[in-house]
Ligand binder design. Sequence first.
Ligand SMILES: [Zn+2]
Ligand SMILES: [Zn+2]
Length: 175
Amino acid sequence: MPDRFFIYIYLYINYIMKLFITPNINNRICIRCNKSYKPTSGKQKVCINCRLPNEIRKLNYSKKWYKSDLDKHRLNLRISFNKYIKESRKEILSCLGGKCKKCGFNDYRALQLDHINGDGNKDRKLHMNSYKFYKHVKENISNFQILCANCNWIKRYENKEHGYKERIIRRKQKT
Ligand SMILES: [Zn+2]
Ligand SMILES: [Zn+2]
């Protein structure tokens, strides 16, 4: 069973990573197989080898649970994802002042995040989905400003940020 095999490897790697992260805890003796082992947290009583079957059962169970009502669970995931996106957008907008930097327009429905140096296109290609994009914005908030849709398009037009330049360069490289 390849599935089981990958789960084993995954859990083992997890265990080794945890050993690196956690501070040294003294070796303990497993209550099932009576062998000495290195615990990754203070609560463990059973060694990794004795714990694996149980972990696999848990993983399989959650997989089954997810598949038992696929539509419902997918919908729930999407709802919480959209909620996260909405909240991070609000958070970022209010963090950056909540209004257009050029004209002061403040209806959040038409406010857009603008990359100050005009690297927006490059960024969007690197961070394909909106989750990663917002995370990136949060980490590099000083690189961004708020512009309303009008000011943003005007800025793009004036600086030729709308990908027109790149397309021409690419076309020249092809021929
Ligand atoms: Zn054991
Ligand atoms: Zn504006």
